[in-house]
Design a protein around this ligand. Structure first.
Ligand code: PMP
Length: 406
C-alpha cells in the first residue's frame, strides 16, 4: 500500500500559508485528490518520486514542461556550466542572442524572438503586439481554449470584471462558419486570431483540425489584415521540430512557446515575422528574472537536441506504440478507450463516459500501480520513455483494468 501521509501533512501546512494549499491546474480538485501526491521530491528520466518516497512512472512530464526526461544529463551539464558563471546580471548574457538566432533558424517564418518566463507572459504580450501592429482592439479565440492566467482568457471567474472580456470574441473549434460570421461582422476590428495547433481542452477529448481548417483560418486573417497567433505553449516540440504549424502545414505570423522549450527550466519565447518586428519593439516587455542565462542555456540545449534527434518524431512514435496498445488492452476488457489528439500528447476518453466516472476510476486504480495517468488533462510522452518503461506501464495498466472489471 502506497502511503501519502507526508504529502497530506505537507498539504495541511500549505493550506495554512498558501491560498488553496496548491492552486491552479495542480489544485487537488483538478486531478485525483487522495490518489495523487500533492508534492514531489525528485525525478529521473520517465520517473518521479513523491514526498512519501513513492515511485511513479510519469505520463504528465510536469504538464509537458519536460520533453527529454527529468534531469537529462546533456541539459543538466549545460545548466551546471552556466550556473557556475551566474544567472542574472544587469544586462543579458550572450546566450540570449544565441537562443534567438537558434529559434529563427529552427522556426521557418521567424525573423525575431523575445523571451520571458511563462506562456501567459507572451500570449498576452503577443496580443498587444497584434493591437500595436493593426491598431485594432479585438481578439478572436476558440471557446474553451486555454491561453494563460490573464483576465482576457483565464478559465476562472474570480476577480474578473466585464470589461476584461469586452474585446474577446469566441467561436467553436472547427466551426469555420462561425469564424467567417465573426469576420463579416467585425471585419475592421480584429487585431488577431489566437489558436492552439489543435484543440486540447481539459475535461474533454482532444479535437484535431478538420482538413481545411488551417488554410481557411490563415486565409481569413490574411484577407482581413488580422494577425494569426499560434499558441504553441503546450504542443510546441512534441509535434514537429520546426514548430507545430509545420505538422499542420500552415504559417502563422507569431508563435508562442514555453513548456518543453526549457526541459523544466522556466522560459518562454515568442517568435514572429519580419513585418511585425517594429510593432514588437514598441510593446514594453520585461520581468525581474527574465534574462535568466541558466534557463536559456537549458533551452538552447533542449532545442538543439530536439532538432538533432528529431525528438518530436521520436515521442510521436513512442506515443503511438503506447496509445495503440492501451486501447487494445481496454478492448480486451470490453471498454472502448480512445486516445484522442496526437499520440505524443494523448487525451484518454472512454466512449460514453460523459460523467467522467470511468476515467476517474481507471486512473485511481492505475495510481495504485504507480502510474501517473491524469483523468482530465492530456498526457505527455517524453523521450525518456523507453520500451521498458512503456511495456511496464502497459502491464501495470492491465492490472488496473482487471481491478476495474472485478
Ligand atoms: N497556452 C497553452 C496552450 C497552455 O497549455 C498554457 C499552460 N498550460 C499556457 C498558454 C500558459 O502557459 P503558462 O502556464 O506557462 O503561463
Amino acid at each position: 500500500m502506497r502511503s501519502h501521509n507526508t504529502s497530506e501533512i505537507l498539504f495541511k501546512r500549505a493550506s495554512r500559508v498558501i491560498p488553496g494549499g496548491t492552486y491552479g491546474h495542480i489544485a487537488p480538485a483538478s486531478g485525483l485528490p487522495r490518489h495523487f501526491a500533492h508534492f514531489c521530491s525528485t525525478g529521473h528520466g520517465a520517473f518521479f518520486h513523491d514526498v512519501d518516497g513513492n515511485e511513479w512512472i510519469d505520463f504528465m512530464c510536469a504538464y509537458g514542461a519536460v520533453l527529454h526526461g527529468y534531469q537529462n544529463p546533456r541539459i543538466e551539464a549545460a545548466v551546471e556550466k552556466q550556473r557556475k558563471l551566474g544567472s542574472i546580471f544587469n544586462h543579458p548574457n550572450e546566450v540570449v542572442v544565441e537562443l534567438a538566432e537558434k529559434l529563427t533558424q529552427v522556426v521557418d517564418f521567424a525573423s525575431w524572438s523575445v523571451f520571458a518566463k511563462n506562456g501567459s507572459d507572451l500570449t498576452t504580450w503577443a496580443i498587444r503586439v497584434a493591437r500595436e501592429q493593426t491598431k485594432r482592439p479585438l481578439v478572436v479565440k476558440a471557446l474553451g481554449a486555454y491561453h494563460g492566467v490573464d483576465a482576457w482568457c483565464d478559465p476562472g471567474l474570480g476577480g474578473r470584471i466585464d470589461s476584461d472580456r469586452s474585446d474577446v470574441v469566441e467561436f467553436e473549434w472547427n466551426n469555420l462558419n462561425q469564424l467567417e460570421d465573426i469576420f463579416k461582422q467585425k471585419k475592421n476590428d480584429i487585431a488577431a486570431v489566437i489558436l492552439t495547433p489543435y484543440h486540447h481542452a481539459a475535461f474533454a477529448p482532444s479535437e484535431m483540425p478538420t482538413e481545411d481548417f488551417w488554410s481557411q483560418v490563415r486565409g481569413l486573417c490574411t484577407e482581413n489584415g488580422s494577425l494569426l497567433i499560434l499558441d504553441d505553449v503546450r504542443a510546441g516540440w512534441r509535434l514537429h521540430a520546426g514548430g507545430s504549424h509545420r505538422f499542420f502545414n500552415f504559417t502563422p505570423d507569431i508563435s508562442v512557446f514555453s513548456k518543453a522549450l526549457g526541459n523544466g527550466y522556466a522560459i518562454s519565447a515568442c517568435v514572429g515575422i519580419e513585418a511585425v518586428k517594429s510593432a514588437a519593439s514598441e510593446v514594453f516587455l520585461t520581468g525581474s528574472c527574465w534574462n535568466d542565462a541558466v534557463a536559456m542555456q537549458a533551452a538552447l540545449s533542449s532545442l538543439t537536441m530536439c532538432v538533432e534527434g528529431n525528438v518530436p518524431q521520436s515521442v510521436m512514435t513512442k506515443g503511438q506504440f503506447f496509445s495503440e496498445r492501451l486501447e487494445q488492452l481496454a478492448k480486451g476488457f470490453n471498454y472502448s478507450l480512445k486516445m484522442t489528439g496526437p499520440p505524443s500528447m494523448p487525451y484518454p476518453w472512454f466512449e460514453g463516459d460523459e460523467n467522467l466516472f470511468l476515467i476517474q476510476k481507471f486512473c485511481q486504480l492505475a495510481s495504485k500501480q504507480g502510474l501517473y495517468f491524469h483523468p482530465h488533462h492530456n498526457w505527455f510522452i517524453s523521450d525518456a520513455h523507453d520500451q521498458e518503461s512503456l511495456k511496464k506501464s502497459l502491464e501495470l495498466a492491465g492490472r488496473a483494468f482487471e481491478e476495474l472489471d472485478s
